[in-house]
Design a protein around this ligand. Sequence first.
Ligand SMILES: [Fe+2]
Length: 560
Amino acid sequence: MYILGFNSTHDGSAALVKDGEVLCAVEEERFTRKKHHYGFPEHAIAACLDHAGIGWEDLDHASFYWNPRKGLFPFLFHVIRHFPRSLAYFDHQPGIWREFMALPKKLRNEYGFKGDFHFLDHHRNHIASAYWPSGFTEAAAMSVDGTGEWEATAMARVGPDGKIKILQSTSYPHSVGKLWETLTQYLGFRPNSGEGKVMGLAPYGRPDLVEKFRKVLSFDESGSFKLDLSYFDFHVGRERKYSDRFIAEFGPAREPESGMDARHEDIAFALQQVTEELLLAMVNALHRRTGLDHLVMAGGVSLNSVANGRLVRETPFKEIFVQPSAGDAGAALGSALRVWHEVLGKGQEGRWTMVNACLGPGYPEERLLSALEAAGVEYRRCEDAPKEAAALIAEGRIITWYQGRMEYGPRALGNRSILADPRNPETKDILNARVKHREGFRPFAPAVLAERANEFFECGDAEAPYMLKVFDVRPEKRDVIPSVTHVDGSARVQTVRREQNQRYYDVIHAFGELTGVPVILNTSFNVRGEPIVNTPEQAIACFLGTDIDALFLGDYLITK
Ligand SMILES: [Fe+2]
């Protein structure tokens, strides 16, 4: 039984499930090379079908990450309530709605799809995308994003029968995700893309604006919250998401690419601080209501790794699983899993557990070789590629590590990665000058052997295989790994077990043997503004266009 899940808006993506098992999941941006690709994920679907060796006609079900029938009435009511300011909505919203409703027909007429089509509720898809892969039998669940059909937050409990029971929700326009999109735009970055930059900026700020910011976002102990809408314009469909009142109270917005001043840093600090407090209140409330030990999370706000680190440390949940593709790309995966487990009523039958995020396309050795030949570069085959990679990193080289199947979700986790020495304080500047060209305030992240993580980071026995939890670097280790220690002494850690990714583990292990430090710097294999590389041809082209020292393409090594 083949089930396709997909998303055709921002972060377009596709996922293919066979009898409960996830075969392939990938974002459209990796093919079109447009970051956060907006639109129908034609290539991503083709890659999923290719991976399974099937065609459109073999699909039994297709499910969409969103249910367009659901939010219509509250939306119309909202438009009337905010009339005439809300007229801006009519520039785009009806077109999007019509496009969604036409999807079943499009699949049948343009692609020859013959199965059943499902529109499934957005937040339940997010929750399912975390619950089923987590392996937990029973879990509290939280989905926090910009907005679903109408809800912007859902707190739930998922029982051993796999049924999702929503306990509490908050409706648009009261949305943490929209608040972040708005402030991301205000601070001169691209909304729905630059939110991580705002998070990276926050520790540079001072707490001066926190109290003032509590007027913008207020909440109580139950996890209910609201935005003061007078600070915003997003909810009336306007392109500029903040209002004149926001400017009057917090000052003018920052021009993109312009200098960053202390006020911007303080605003980022306040936003991060109040968001963390709200998420703590929500998760604590969820624990009180469910009494469970396990929490699963998804929705774009779950990519806030700093907040996630606090949830691990400061709430009673014993284990927290954050799905690596927590944004809307991941809702495609959740919708496909829901067809099997919920719509078809299979419950726990055929349940698949996520071991790593490497669910995207992989390319056979012949393809690597033909890409190398076509590029006309000199290369050789390594006897022990992880060991050679570790030796080069220990010598201070910057290498690219291209292996196996591509990661699903925004992080490169050791298959499409740039790796470097975290011990050298210059590494960050060298990386930025030679390849990443990114804002100087943004930190780089460490990957560490899971069994030795607690020696370097204050993480206890918590694991972070998807680089979605920030922990403090132990004070005595901050000078040991300066290039992955953020300005506030924290780090967005990736813990690696050998069974999760053998070759990547072996690189870090070998680096540890050579240097005594089983930690490497891991950043995604791409240049600024571009998605992570997918094919071997893209990998070679990206490598040749930058000042990276070596490229490992499977077992093949190219050096400059
Ligand atoms: Fe979402």
